[in-house]
Write a protein that binds this ligand. Sequence first.
Ligand SMILES: NC(=O)c1ccc[n+]([C@@H]2O[C@H](COP(=O)([O-])OP(=O)(O)OC[C@H]3O[C@@H](n4cnc5c(N)ncnc54)[C@H](OP(=O)(O)O)[C@@H]3O)[C@@H](O)[C@H]2O)c1
Length: 271
Amino acid sequence: MTNIAFIGGGNMASCIIGGMLANGFSAQQIRVSDPGEQARANIQETYGIAATSDNHVAVAGADIVILAVKPQVMGPVVSDLAPSLSATSAVVSIAAGIQIGDLQSWLGDSQAIVRAMPNTPAMVRTGATGLFANPQINSQQKESIQAIFNAVGIACWVDSEAQIDAVTAVSGSGPAYYFLVMEVMQKVGVELGLSEQTARELTIQTALGAAQMASTGSLDTTQLRQQVTSPGGTTHAAIETFKAGGIEESFRQAMQAALSRAEEMSKEFSS
Ligand SMILES: NC(=O)c1ccc[n+]([C@@H]2O[C@H](COP(=O)([O-])OP(=O)(O)OC[C@H]3O[C@@H](n4cnc5c(N)ncnc54)[C@H](OP(=O)(O)O)[C@@H]3O)[C@@H](O)[C@H]2O)c1
């Protein structure tokens, strides 16, 4: 049985644990540490998982240690924890902007380390996580870590650490892009005469339906769009208007801005 310790029992840890328990992991193989009495009580009462205020106790015997604290406190937390970590355990950081090089400087060069970039839909088990490992990781550790993040959605390995910034621009920040599109569609739906409730229901169901079609069918997104865009029809009129407004360039610039900000944040947190 793989033993897993979470350092930090906040929002992200809690949602990953919920997904793990719903997907075959047992409460006995998970341990959590958090300084907050309320956070520990939540974890214990909601999931029946042992929670401690002592990070060193949590990592004893752990095969996988998931660092789920805020990036700002990662340095002191990891440096303090380093002497208690087993050389054979894999350490997974979900903190935005904390680089493998920094983690290695606190933990030593031989430690197996993974950077994970999950997103908020993990809370409803439809998350998308990008994963990158240093070469010290073995295939069994990779498999176990993939299973943890698959429990809250899907998880993909990327080939370089720089690609984690691209993951941030696509899926890390991505839910907000869709929220923005839905926000605008609802607003304009009301301007076109629908009630708030009808505009909201139709917008959300349309987003769900489109995502479902894109994820389950055999057609790619271009084919799906072309399929519903008859020349001279209503969708065609809308799509041509989007194109004339420069939608592709607008997304390119926005996602480039997210990537640049992720790169900057990595430098800010770097020791
Ligand atoms: N939320 C997201 O959508 C998301 C997405 C991708 C990545 N992440 C990353 O996930 C990490 C956690 O985010 P979150 O939203 O779950 O934050 P959070 O809810 O604030 O959880 C962090 C927890 O760590 C605890 N903590 C603070 N110092 C600690 C220490 N020394 N030892 C152990 N635990 C300690 C905090 O306790 P106190 O509150 O008492 O300080 C808090 O309960 C962050 O690094 C973030 O970048 C989050």
